[in-house]
Design a protein around this ligand. Structure first.
Ligand SMILES: [Zn+2]
Length: 117
């Protein structure tokens, strides 16, 4: 009996690693697909981050490239909520639309960036 009781808690700990988020790509059943973007976290909200990235756009008139910024809202799962701060470099991946503006999900943190406090 004692052995069985010891085994069960171990399994439970692994199963719900403080994350009962259904829309979590690591523990829930959210499937990701499509494009991956890297960018800087510019704002953080409850379960959501805004990631900004620069892209080059060719301007035909001047035959030159200009920089443009794109902001993407991404779902931030509860289990990585503490790791992500404003100024961090993160990877986001496309997923099904989770709300009107969120159709990306946080994938991983690349580096802390220089704005970290
Ligand atoms: Zn999770």
């Amino acid at each position: 009996m004692a052995k069985k009781q010891n085994k069960k808690p171990e399994l439970d700990e692994k199963m719900d690693v403080k994350c009962k988020d259904r829309e979590c790509p690591f523990h829930g059943n959210l499937k990701t697909h499509g494009r991956i973007f890297k960018g800087i976290v510019v704002s953080k909200h409850d379960k959501r981050i805004a990631v900004e990235m620069e892209r080059m756009v060719y301007v035909k008139k001047y035959e030159r490239y200009s920089k443009k910024k794109t902001k993407i809202h991404a779902r931030l799962p509860r289990c990585v909520d503490k790791d992500v701060k404003i100024g961090n470099w993160v990877k986001v991946k496309e997923c099904r639309p989770l709300s009107k503006i969120i159709h990306f999900v946080f994938l991983e943190k690349i580096k802390n960036g220089d704005e970290e406090k």
